[in-house]
Design a protein around this ligand. Structure first.
Ligand code: KG4
Ligand code: ZN
Length: 341
């Protein structure tokens, strides 16, 4: 479908996991980007789907109001409503999808369904400098680890993915073994700053551009079990070094495959996206490739790395220009794949 020059004001809603977010985008520029984080899951060591959807119910109206207010936009000015169609938790997706459907119907404006993983990639297009195409994006979140080849904003292909746990999941689960709260990724990042990666964990041997993190998780578990048998205080006394070692191993695994993908695809426009792209060691490792390998590197602003509606709004903007809408019979798809919409 051809691009049009239509001007557009879109409200976007993100509710795929445990954050309720809303954003307003005006002619491709994000004007507001609000997130209500759910803290209820902390003590459970992971997201409890039923609690997440209940929290979305409570948060969605105030978050949408705030997003409109801080963008200085009224409901009557909106040209379309966008929402995350998947992937994600079904109960969580349903809240955003139903709300978006109701609002679009009442305002009699089009509805846009967005793929959450494509939106993570398109977070790179929110602010300048934007990558030249083709572009490779390592999307690393709590549920996904993917190397995505972006030929066009509407043409993406997953060229590498994990066969088991996602990188964020590895941070979170290993963090749990260390006694850290969920989500442990940002805590490990912080603690690692005062540690050295002195403990060595074996990296998986996966063919091609595939990833695996479940072996690392088990290796850390057994290592901790053996050490704690000898010294009950082992974890507490070595927490910073343990965090630094785990982070170093995960980042090394990710960067090795990203380098491999760059060589294979002959692409040097490279970015990272998703919650784990907030990790300081991963960001530093990517930036280092600028000098050592001559890559043009891209990292979205922090607020566009973790789950947010600004990225959903960006993806919706491109769909609006191409006239790609969904109708009122749309349903969320928890297992939505890149390129499926
Ligand atoms: O993209 P995201 O906000 O939500 C999903 O779609 O999953 O990613 C959340 C994941 C969690 O696993 C969290 O631990 C991880 O991103 N994360 C980090 C950091 N900040 C968030 N992992 C490592 N270092 C960080 N600084
Ligand atoms: Zn995400």
């Amino acid at each position: 479908m051809a691009f049009t020059n239509k001007s557009s004001i879109i409200l976007a809603i993100e509710s795929s996991c445990d954050d309720t977010a809303a954003a307003v985008i005006v002619n491709g520029k994000v004007k507001s980007n609000l997130v209500a984080n759910q803290t209820i899951h902390k003590s459970y060591g992971g997201v409890i789907p039923e609690l997440a959807s209940r929290e979305h119910h409570q948060n969605i109206v105030p978050v949408v109001h705030k997003a409109l207010e801080s963008a200085g936009i009224t409901k009557g000015q909106l040209d379309a409503i966008a929402f995350t169609q998947g992937p994600g938790l079904l109960g969580s997706l349903l809240v955003g999808c139903s709300f978006a459907k109701g609002l679009a119907l009442s305002l009699d404006i089009p509805l846009i369904g967005v793929n959450h993983m494509e939106a993570h990639v398109l977070a790179h297009f929110v602010d300048d400098p934007i990558p030249s195409l083709p572009f490779l994006c390592l999307t690393v979140s709590g549920g996904h680890t993917q190397i995505v080849k972006v030929s066009d904003v509407s043409k993406m292909q997953v060229i590498g993915t994990t066969r088991d746990d996602a990188a964020g999941e590895a941070f979170d689960k290993i963090g749990k073994y260390l006694g850290l709260e969920y989500p442990a990724g940002p805590i490990i990042d912080k603690l690692a700053k005062d540690g050295t990666p002195k403990f060595t964990f074996t990296k998986p041997h996966i063919e091609g551009l595939g990833f695996s993190f479940s072996g690392l998780k088990t290796a850390v578990l057994y290592f901790l079990r053996d050490q704690v048998k000898k010294d009950k205080k082992f974890i507490a006394n070595n927490l910073n070094d343990l965090c630094a070692s785990i982070q170093y191993t995960i980042v090394t695994i990710l960067m090795e495959k990203l380098e491999m993908a760059s060589i294979q695809e002959e692409i040097q426009e490279i970015g990272i996206a998703g919650g784990v792209s907030a990790n300081s060691a991963l960001r530093a490792a990517l930036l280092e490739r600028k000098n050592s390998l001559g890559w043009n590197t891209y990292i979205p602003a922090f607020e566009y790395c973790t789950d947010n509606a600004g990225m959903i709004a960006m993806a919706a903007h491109y769909k609006y220009l191409r006239g790609v809408f969904v109708n009122q019979s749309v349903v969320p798809n928890p297992r939505l794949k890149i390129g499926q919409l």
